[in-house]
Design a binder for this molecule. Sequence first.
Ligand code: UDP
Length: 364
Amino acid sequence: MAGGAAMADGADTGRACVALIGGAGFVGTNLAARLAQDNAFRPHVYDTDPRKLAFRMGPDARCAFTPFDLGTDDALLDRAVAGADVVVNLAALVQPKRFLDRPLDMVELNLMGSLKVVEACRRHGKRLIHFSTSEVYGKTGGRDAPFTEDSTDCILGPIDNHRWIYSCAKQMLDRIIHAHGLEGGLHYTLIRPFNFVGALMDWLGPSAEQPRVFASFMNALVEERPLPLVDGGTARRCFTHVEDAVSAITTILAHPEETRNRIYNVGNPANEITIAGLAALMTDLFAEETGRPVPLRTQSVPGEAFYGAGYEDCDRRMPDISRISALGWRPQHDLGRTLRDAMRHALANYDALCGFRPAPATGA
Ligand code: UDP
């Protein structure tokens, strides 16, 4: 992995420069690794903390990294966008525990910070692929239909339930980007991820903070603790293999005109499961992967005790993927494969990854 901005050599001529803002987190690292192998693209990652990227890439990968803080490095952002062919904005704080603990950071980074990326793209006339979130849809409100990009209402809880500040900040940004498309000619695509899982997700090891559910259950299994089921684990999610997610993003990258000024759900509807079901399945897979019998042990925890006051869950998140399917993309990994691959990577690298802690402004 090249440090600083320098990476161009003869071999890079003709490859489109993709600037990945906040691109050294979970999704960005896996995306950059794929782009680095593709002769059409030249990834350049801008982020605070290069450790996941370095871990995934090794020293020789064709990927540049520049240390970058979205809060302060305005001139660098301007240069990064000016020099890119396409900008992918992944900068976000995405762990629900942080929505509760640091609600103002949700606005500062997820709205105000990302707004600078949007404005730089508009200023320089650059194509923007921005990571929205499936959280924007909120809760189902009793509907049983999948979430559809242009027709599903976004239903959030009351202000007191400040978990929704993340969803609200991200929704506001989606609306601003949409308005820039209408009024200012911005060329954009919004991606709404549905529970991506895979290598380098969140962080592992004893931590004061609760990571997302896959890492939380991994930690409990490794440490032989009961798996915490928030409010009994009745919520449902569709877990999506990060390799499928990366294929979806590269498909969108490769279709600039068809995807212009549109929103795309990226998820795997066939992989839906309750969180209690996930606990049982991960326990079985863990026993198979480690070769020792592991009994299912869970413990129901009230949401407000687990996350803090102001928590309210999204009861179900089911994507309608007909729009992205029309581009020829289909998820390839079923739930068992998705969880097994993520688990194998976590088990094989548990010691090395335990040193990782979330950076203040890491990418999604
Ligand atoms: N959850 C759980 N135990 C945990 C972590 C999360 O039961 O240790 C639940 C959480 O309340 C939610 C679901 O698992 O219903 C998914 O949570 P996650 O943090 O992965 O992200 P979300 O999909 O809510 O954004």
